[in-house]
Design a protein around this ligand. Structure first.
Ligand code: PLP
Length: 304
């Protein structure tokens, strides 16, 4: 696999590189490839006729990538979508998924919230047969195992930054750190420390030291930051939009609104506010997500 590293101009004595996972593949590039890899292998191993079933919202990058990846691997897939079928018209993501052959199954918000309950899963099994379930966001052991390969064959950086939704990606990266390497996750959701608890559940299986909840500045140990969510998941402020626009103009690297804009903003903010140890080499993981930009701009009437 071809992992491209792009250099950004040094900023205040920090070398900044970007690992462009978004360029791995035009359709399922980004972190989702790593989450899907071992899940699809396991599904096929269990039964060559397995049907992948997974969950997501109307604009989900995970749904988009799963549909494309499954088509390429000639494996059937079902997307359980929170919302109504009428939402398809306003969702290029769902239109794409359907075009790729994914069967879309719409459920109410209530049903969706119960997606991890045994009864709901039994119901889905009854309805669809031989399903292999991948949780929302691909956050399971196979997902972590895949994400532990993100830094494979990448040179040493003092800090590795990534965006966190479920923190599956962060968990994989954290589990694969070399000595003296620090991983910094930037949560795009509101909420304190929930992600740390989720991460720490994998500590025994992947043999890593549990993360602590407190963060000391300058950052000298791995942590997940909760202060760059800009109001919550898929929310933004004008400042974030302005940052994204000027970053893209200056450096020709496209970002997405939900994850990477907040991630890159956080890195520059940490540097400018002296929250990092000085003169270090930084790697920012570009996890993709640009597929959702157009619909996001329409929804919020953002004029690029
Ligand atoms: C899904 C996604 C994430 C979040 O990954 P987690 O493993 O759930 O934390 C980050 N960035 C992009 C672009 C994504 O699509």
């Amino acid at each position: 696999m071809n992992k491209e590293i792009h250099h950004l101009p040094p900023h205040k004595n920090f070398e900044i590189d970007v690992l462009r996972l978004d360029l791995i593949h035009p359709e399922y590039g980004g972190n989702k490839f790593f989450k899907l890899k071992y899940n699809i292998l396991k599904a096929k191993e269990q039964n060559p006729d397995s049907i992948i079933l997974t969950f997501g919202g109307t604009h989900s990058n995970h749904i988009y990538s799963t549909a494309a990846f499954c088509e390429e691997h000639k494996i059937k897939c079902i997307g359980v979508i929170r919302g109504e079928e009428s939402m398809i018209i306003n969702s290029p993501t769902l239109q794409f998924a359907r075009k790729k052959g994914m069967l879309l199954h719409f459920v109410s918000r209530n049903e969706y919230d119960g997606k991890n309950e045994k009864s709901f899963r039994e119901e889905l099994k009854k309805q669809f047969g031989n399903i292999y379930i991948i949780p929302e966001g691909g956050n399971n052991s196979e997902g972590v195992k895949g994400c532990a390969e993100i830094l494979t064959n990448i040179p040493f950086y003092d800090y590795v930054f990534c965006a966190c939704g479920t923190a599956c990606t962060f968990t994989g990266i954290y589990s694969s750190l070399k000595q003296n390497q620090i991983a910094v996750g930037v949560s795009v959701l509101k909420g304190e420390n929930e992600l740390i608890n989720d991460l720490n559940k994998y500590a025994d299986e992947f043999q890593f030291k549990k993360l602590k909840e407190t963060i000391n500045y300058p950052i000298s140990t791995s942590c997940i930051l909760n202060n760059f969510h800009f109001g919550g998941y898929a929310k933004h402020t004008q400042e974030l939009i302005d940052f994204k626009r000027s970053f893209e103009t200056n450096y020709k690297i496209p970002l997405d609104y939900v994850y990477t804009a907040k991630l890159f903003y956080a890195v520059y903010s940490l540097i400018d506010n002296s929250k990092l140890l000085p003169n270090k080499k930084l790697l920012i993981i570009h996890s993709g997500g640009q597929q959702g930009n157009q619909a996001y701009e329409q929804r919020y009437k953002i004029n690029m």
